[in-house]
Design a protein around this ligand. Sequence first.
Ligand code: ZN
Length: 394
Amino acid sequence: MILTERPRLIAVRAARLFDGVSPELLDAPLVIMDGGRIAAVQSGSHPPPDVDVVEFPEATLMPGLVDAHVHLAFDASTDPVAALATRDTPAVAAAMRAAAATALAGGVTTVRDLGDRDYVALDLRDDAGLPTVLASGPPITSRAGHCHFLGGQIDDNPSAMRAAVQERIDRGVDVIKIMGSGGNITPGNPPERSQFSAATLRAGIELAHRHGIGVAVHAHGTTAIRDAVTFGADSIEHASFWSRSGVDDPGDLIEQIVTRQVTVSATVGVRPGAPATPYPQTAARTPGIVAALLSLYRAGARFIAASDAGIHENKPHDVARHIPPALAAIGLPLPEALRLVTSAPADACGLTGRKGRLAPGHDADLLVIDGDPTTDPTAIDRILAVYARGHRIR
Ligand SMILES: [Zn+2]
């Protein structure tokens, strides 16, 4: 006779729970995990007999962080571009694996890599010791354009764009990343300048959507933002309204972004004590960028906050937990700031029902925080435990 015994379930009990959405916390929660999934979320009740309970009496449970804009290939050193240039593909893969592990130890249980080299990020998916990884492969950019050294440069015409999008779809990417404007880390490509004609950008977005794949457009300049919104990009990354001399007024684009439900991905978060940006041109524009982003947020735009981890030394790969305090500092309520790094980016990444919430059926990605991160901005830096798909990481 063969006896098959059901494995005992693991549950975590704490003082309170933030579910990723509601500012109302659940008291005395018990989260029951069945393998990699959440089986039940209860309050105040006694655990079922077949459950082993891990107790955190003073702590808060919350969903694992979802960082919807990272670069695992950039090593968060003083010069990540130069460091990357010295590495061959196996070395890049090793560095990216280490970066992903760093993210996970810091509570980031899902990352969306929006620009690697050689499609290495795709090979990091489905690794039990790493966060859940979504990947774009090399970002599509113009000749000698922003981040051209990642290998995704193309001519500015619709057929070249379609070929680049098709190659990525054939390789199985989760999302297409297009550099719609210049950016700060690539000299010669000012952020206000569009990199592609409207027709080229449109061809890329339309082909991706025909295959059911979302498109994230890096856009600092207002023209690039406008084109991305007009042609139905799923997210605008950075959305800084960067002009040659300062920051543009978003004007009528606010209404368009709200009605078209384009996700605005604000770039937020540095390690504590570090300057918000190493670039003087960004520092000079920060008040204007914050004002533009807040006007979009207050108008009801779909809004998320993501880190761009890896791109400079102030943004290590586990930096996402420093986003909510930064959002609180510009006036957002802390529970709302926490939503913008959990359920909101999960939804923006197409992971609704799987990530970003502590609810039955979702992946068992959860953080145990010492204190209450919905009232104390310093609490989220005190992570007592990280569970990723039911495995305890720390
Ligand atoms: Zn980026």
